[in-house]
Write a protein that binds this ligand. Sequence first.
Ligand SMILES: Cc1cc2nc3c(=O)[nH]c(=O)nc-3n(C[C@H](O)[C@H](O)[C@H](O)COP(=O)(O)OP(=O)(O)OC[C@H]3O[C@@H](n4cnc5c(N)ncnc54)[C@H](O)[C@@H]3O)c2cc1C
Length: 491
Amino acid sequence: MKKAIVIGAGIGGLSSACLLAREGYNVTLYEKNCTPGGKVQERFKDGYRFDTGPSLLTMPFLLKKLFEQCGKNISDYLELIEPDPLCRYFYPDGIIFDNFTELEKNKEQIRKFAPEDVSAYENFLRYSEKLYQRTANAFIFNPLYSFHDLKNLNLFNLLRINAFTTVSKKIDRSVSSSHLRKFFKRFTTYNGSSPFQAPATLNVIPHVELNMGGFYVKGGLYEIVRALHTLAEDLGVTFRFNETVTSIQTRNGRVTGLTCKNKEAENADIVVANSDATDTLLNLIPDDVLSSSKKKRQKKIEPSGSGFVMLLGCRKKWQSLKHHNIFFSSDYKTEFQQIFIEKRLPEDPTIYIANTSFTDPGDAPSGSSNLFVLINAPHVNNNQNWSEIKEEYSQFLISDLEKRGLNGLENSLEFVETITPLDFLKKYRSNSGSIYGTSSNSKFSAFLRPRNKLRALENLYLVGGSTHPGGGIPLVVQSAFNALALINRNS
Ligand SMILES: Cc1cc2nc3c(=O)[nH]c(=O)nc-3n(C[C@H](O)[C@H](O)[C@H](O)COP(=O)(O)OP(=O)(O)OC[C@H]3O[C@@H](n4cnc5c(N)ncnc54)[C@H](O)[C@@H]3O)c2cc1C
């Protein structure tokens, strides 16, 4: 039996462990923390439950395929729910837009606040769908590793994916109202990028949520981790928690095994690293494996944005809040300038709130709400003092939310917990505390992300949000499929 070692129990590591065990490998997974899931975690306190990472699952067919490939049925593990509405949007001028899966319901509302954009809304969704058709096989469901993979890059399609303009410019040309412009631009933040910098190809994301569906998992998104962990154990994967991998051993261009902080070296036929790719390439593999130009290139890859999170246990319910809620800022351009260029927290942020007790009443005591508040934040840089910023900014956000309609928030608070970009860096070793791996702020991002196999070493594979095809749960699952395809190609 061949021996595989997986570094990291994020979604990418768990998915890879399951796939490899199913292929007949003897798999051991090393995780530095005491729980599986990486950035997908949950927190219980005083009768409240919170997902502390993702709150939305898109493209669930990829998880379904993973279970199927492991001989299981996803519905035996997870119950997917589509919140109704999908999301409630609050604009600074008081307009509220409930986005539903039914097109007619959306058009009915748009007719009231942006009558000039009723058909533009529909047309934009069609355009987004076309982008998906032109890009998915080329950039997502394709390891893009060797010459052989380039056959999926249809040149005619590539000329029609708007890579040479930005998300924002394309949206401004397609819809007229400031309300719908903000609405469509926000999807770029789903992979930690700025709509004012990212190529318009990322306008594919509205299709992924609005046409294909955005899901919650009954019991919380952490159920995905529980399901993958159970599946992996059922397939015979051995888990070693609280074990930090300190180096990957190599000989003659091959990985031979790894060393851990608390354990002797262990040998392996293949290693799959779900640790952040920058950390793996610059700190875990021996210094002489990569050329200095490759290391320089890796250092230059821009990390995605990060997040400033507050978990609020509130002895109150607000009728205005649905499951997913977004409070837009007044000036989107300035907000993104502050986050991505000036690398600081925005003065007037767009605020996302997941209120899962709307769907899962057990997530908060009766008459109370569990609010997960997320602000797009810059990744960690030298000019920030997060312990100071944390106190100040949380206080500001609480009073800002009161002004935006959550009356009595401050007095209702039973507790506040804050997670900053520095916590994401320290806890998961993610590059500069980024939460989606690498940013897509350049038109070449898709080609710069490390592939799912390292060329310099015969048997080292890379999975997770910092690798191809990118961040977010579904793409990370796809990275595990890509790695498996490359492992099988190699054996
Ligand atoms: C606040 C927030 C909101 C998000 N919202 C969404 C959302 O709504 N929808 C969505 O799809 N995605 C969302 N994401 C992104 C999503 O969580 C990530 O893209 C995905 O979970 C990353 O998975 P990964 O496989 O890259 O592993 P990671 O989660 O990065 O896990 C890597 C694991 O490796 C471990 N590790 C690292 N180095 C070592 C080492 N040397 N030795 C041992 N172990 C090591 C880490 O401890 C960690 O457990 C969100 C993320 C955050 C933080």
